[in-house]
Ligand binder design. Structure first.
Ligand code: FAD
Length: 285
């Protein structure tokens, strides 16, 4: 299908973009990589009056270091996140999860900020952002504000972003020296997660000193598996510790049933995948 007609604006700076959004009003839509928005427009599930394309806003691309955090520009593509040295060194969990997103074509066009803003519960970058306590930096004509990941994701495809606001960058606290793994379960290669588990751990000798675990597609938003984390911290890094911690993975979740899986199957998957994710994280080099 062909999208409904809209006005098209392609600003060069964030300031121009927020002004364009402010003038266009509530029916404007931001275009990033277009991997999710364009199908929505073509199916006429949305019919914005104005599309503000961020493709020329070069200040929104790239990864930089800022003290204890790395800062990922919203328009940085999945491909560039995958290959970034700062991400590899300080946010290995994000690199592992980005590796699993779709296929090379999508990773070359789709953006980190677009995925976070789109907030699909099956999206693979939300749980890592939550697990690492990322902060979303949002710009509008009124200035900038920062929202922690735990408050940013609010419901299916719903975030703290309001009309006229742009996600400009994501600040990810450095997890230098932490090992990580993202365990994704899908029925066909390159598809969305039926369930997935993001796990990152810091070891001290043979013990698990710190652990962060979050689940994809186990609720309308990503879920932090705090019971699993509590059961891992301070325990020896053994198969028995992992098995007993992973048994808590479905606590606090509210998965939905769909054509791929019912609720019980997803709950069981969460436990199995959590065990695999933590084991693989501990074994990571
Ligand atoms: P767009 O499609 O341009 O925008 C998406 C939404 O976010 C729109 O509502 C837009 O207005 C809003 N938006 C975008 N950027 C901003 C911003 N900076 N500030 C505020 N709002 C913004 N993802 C996965 O995680 N795992 C997968 O396995 C996966 N498989 C896929 C397979 C296919 C075939 C396709 C087409 C996509 C897949 N995706 C998958 C989605 C992909 O990761 C997209 O990159 C992502 O969903 C949206 O990013 P985008 O840059 O294309 O955003």
């Amino acid at each position: 299908m062909i999208p409904a007609a809209f006005d098209y604006v392609a600003p060069s700076t964030v300031d121009e973009a927020v002004q364009a959004l402010a003038s266009a009003g509530e029916d404007a839509k931001i275009l990033a990589g277009g991997q999710s928005l364009l199908p929505v427009l073509r199916m006429r599930l949305a019919a914005p009056t104005t599309v503000v394309d961020l493709g020329k806003v070069s200040e929104l691309r790239g990864v930089r270091e800022d003290g204890d955090a790395i800062v990922i520009g919203a328009m940085t593509t999945h491909y560039d996140v995958q290959r970034d040295q700062l991400v590899a060194e300080h946010a290995a969990l994000l690199a592992r999860a980005t590796d699993t997103v779709a296929d090379p074509q999508v990773r070359h066009r789709g953006t980190f900020g677009g995925s976070i803003a789109h907030a699909d519960p099956a999206g693979d970058l939300l749980a890592p952002a939550l697990a690492m306590d990322a902060e979303m930096v949002i710009a509008s004509s009124s200035g900038r504000r920062t929202v922690p990941a735990a408050e940013f994701f609010q419901d299916f495809f719903t975030t703290a972003l309001g009309p006229g606001e742009i996600l400009v960058e994501v600040r990810v606290p450095k997890h230098t020296g932490w090992k990580a793994h993202y365990e994704k379960f899908n029925r066909v290669a390159q598809a969305w997660s039926m369930v997935a588990v993001a796990a990152t751990v810091r070891t001290d000798g043979d013990s698990i000193a710190e652990a962060r675990v979050a689940l994809t597609n186990m609720a309308s938003v990503p879920v932090r598996a705090t019971a699993v984390e509590e059961a891992l911290i301070g325990r020896p890094a053994t198969a028995e510790s992992i098995r007993s911690a992973a048994a808590h993975a479905a606590e606090g979740t509210s998965p939905t049933a769909d054509g791929n899986a019912d609720v019980e199957y997803r709950q069981e998957l969460a436990k199995v995948l959590t065990g695999r994710a933590v084991s693989a994280a501990l074994a990571a080099v």
